[in-house]
Design a protein around this ligand. Structure first.
Ligand code: AMP
Length: 136
């Protein structure tokens, strides 16, 4: 199977601007820099995404994402941070290797726009909640 681009970065076949590394986790600047400091935190072992990585390894990645978000606020002067992980192409995932975006936010006129519309009209929320709850 062809290696994904993040596996190639982990194996040193493609360069990156590294900000953190330990035995399980690697973090580096996203090449697109949606905002200044936009960082990706990835698991060194290959998993497709957040939905398929084992919990313990996911926690290690999220711990690093939290620390990077804290540093971006303290050091870069970000006024907020978006922590984002896309799962599957339908949700915008383009690289099929688990990664968390840490996106510092400075003002409202930057490259990252997150819009959540209210589409609750016509939905039976009690029934929906019950359906999800019974599977958990
Ligand atoms: P997603 O769309 O959530 O799968 O995000 C994939 C991200 O990987 C995008 O934001 C890309 O800009 C980023 N990306 C792709 N190739 C590289 C690379 N070689 N180095 C750093 N970031 C990359």
């Amino acid at each position: 199977m062809e290696k994904d681009i993040f596996c190639k970065i982990i194996d040193g076949e493609i360069p990156c601007h590294k900000v953190y590394e330990d035995d399980d986790v690697l973090a580096f600047l996203d090449i697109s820099q949606v905002t200044k400091g936009h960082t990706l935190v990835i698991s060194k072992k290959h998993y497709d995404n957040f939905l398929t990585i084992p919990q313990e390894e996911m926690h290690r990645v999220m711990d690093v994402a939290q620390r990077i978000g804290q540093v971006e606020v303290k050091l870069l002067g970000a006024r907020g941070v978006n922590i984002l992980t896309n799962c599957y192409p339908a949700a915008g995932q383009t690289v099929m290797h688990f990664h968390v975006h840490v996106i510092p936010r400075y003002n409202s006129e930057e490259g990252f726009i997150l819009e959540m519309k209210n589409n609750a009209e016509g939905l039976n929320l009690p029934a929906l909640a019950k359906e999800i709850k019974k599977e958990l």
